[in-house]
Structures are given as C-alpha cells and as structure tokens.
Design a binder for this molecule. Structure first.
Ligand code: ATP
Ligand code: MG
Length: 242
C-alpha cells in the first residue's frame, strides 16, 4: 500500500513544561477529509501547526508523502501544505488577484501573466470571479476568507489544513465559506479541518478525530461517531453539544 499522505507517528509536543501533544499517531490518506474536534486547549491547532513546522515537535515524526517534515526544507513543506486560519491575513495593499498570484511568482518563479490567469481561475472557483480587483477592506469576511483559500490553493498543495476558518465570521457568512470547502472535498482534495461546526463536520468529514488533553482519544468514521461513538470521551463530548 502507498504511504499515507500525512502521517503522525508518536508525536510529542511541549510548550516549555506543558505537554500539549501526547503520543499522537494518525494516518491521513490521499483524498481523506479528516475533521478534528475536541475541547478548547486540547491541542487541535497545535496538531495542524506541527505539520508545516509552524511548531516544532520534541519527539516522534510527521511524514508528508513518506518523507519526514523534520528533514525537509521548511519552504518546501509550506508549498506542499496549504493552511488557512481563523484570521484571513490578506495583504491589505494587494487586490484579491494580487493576494492569490503573489506567492506562485515569488516562490515558484511563475511569470506574472501565468500566475494571474491561474489566480483568476481560483477566484472563480471560490465564487469571487467578479471581485478580482477588490482590495481586502472592500470585501466581507466571508469573501476575504475565500480569497485566503484561493491563495493557499495557488501553490497546488498536496493537503489543505483549515483551523476554525469560520469562527471569526458573522453567522450569515459562514455558509459561503463552508460551501467552498465542500466543493474542494468533492474534488478529492486531502484536508484536515478543525471546526466547532458539528453539522459541517458531519457533512464534510470522512472521519472524525476527537482530541482531549493533547491526545487523540477517538478516530471514527463520521456517521459512526455521531450515531454511536466508541469511547466514553466521545459520548461525553456529544452529550455536551445537545
Ligand atoms: N504558543 C504557545 N505557547 C504556550 N502554550 C501554548 C501556545 N500555543 C498553545 N499553547 C497551549 O497548548 C495547548 C493546546 O493549545 P491549542 O491552541 O493547540 O488548542 P486548541 O485545541 O486549538 O484550542 P481552541 O479550541 O481553543 O482553539 C493549550 O494548553 C494552550 O494553552
Ligand atoms: Mg485552536
């Protein structure tokens, strides 16, 4: 069998003396959509951030396509791993098009005209084909977040990581961002999503990973998790949502 696309192997992470990831094992296959849930402070964001080395792990390994991220150049990893955060962090002085086409030019050396064409295509794909020339401050939060997604896609990542990308949005703008993510899932993009939106988790996730206190405490197929969680932690987590 082929290597998983992303594989956590006995990962240990500390912030100072605080042990925040404990013996984490997780294999994510190509086209997998994995949704990570769990209480605040359980280590969900840290788990994602270790993949592209925004955080360094103390022990264990994380492999991307069979190769240790610890032994790979950070810039190379960040080209292969797209990440979108709660805060969109767009360049305020660049148009939507400029935000999406910049990195491929700067990092990949792609000619401007080619990068711009591709950026237009991606903005079209996230439903912003008519906003290519708009600057971030003229866009709604939902639109800005969709630009951020297009920007991540512009590097042709092997995997996309989403950390609570709808948490900062007004409720009426959440749906348009979730629709884009659902389209990506339908297209076969490999994704790991941290979310508190259980309806969305259930709809888009192939598997649910439940974290508690730095550990993965349950990994289940999505429907199975919501219908009949295997662990007491899983049952507790779901009962608190009701
Ligand atoms: N930069 C940091 N320095 C020190 N401790 C940190 C840092 N980032 C996170 N932590 C701690 O690591 C633990 C895990 O945090 P993390 O942000 O991964 O949790 P989370 O599951 O994403 O929580 P939330 O649902 O609130 O976003 C927490 O105890 C947090 O306080
Ligand atoms: Mg978090």
């Amino acid at each position: 069998m082929a290597d998983p696309l992303v594989e956590f192997d006995g990962v240990e992470k500390y912030f100072g003396d605080v042990h925040v990831l404990k013996d984490v094992d997780l294999a994510i296959e190509e086209r997998d959509v994995v949704v990570v849930i769990g209480p605040s402070g359980s280590g969900k964001s840290t788990l994602l951030r270790c993949v592209n080395r925004l955080e360094e792990i103390r022990d264990g390994d994380i492999r991307l396509d069979g190769r240790s991220v610890l032994e790979t150049d950070v810039n190379e990893i960040r080209q292969q791993v797209g990440m979108v955060f709660q805060s969109f962090n767009l360049f305020p002085h660049k148009s939507a098009l400029g935000n999406v086409s910049l990195a491929p030019q700067k990092i990949r050396g792609i000619p401007e005209a080619v990068a711009d064409d591709r950026a237009r295509e991606l903005l079209e794909r996230v439903g912003l084909g008519d906003q290519t020339d708009s600057y971030p401050d003229a866009l709604s939060g939902g639109q800005q977040q969709r630009v951020a997604i297009a920007r991540a896609l512009a590097m042709d990542p092997k995997v996309m990581l989403f950390d609570e990308v709808t948490s900062a949005l007004d409720p009426e703008l959440v749906g348009e961002v979730l629709d884009v993510i659902e389209d990506l899932a339908a297209d076969g993009m490999t994704m790991v999503l941290v979310t508190h939106e259980m309806g969305f988790a259930r709809e888009v996730g192939d598997r649910i990973v439940l974290m508690a206190d730095g550990r993965i405490v349950e990994v289940s197929e999505t429907e199975a998790f919501f219908e009949r969680p295997e662990t007491e932690r899983g049952r507790q987590f779901l009962s608190r949502l009701l």
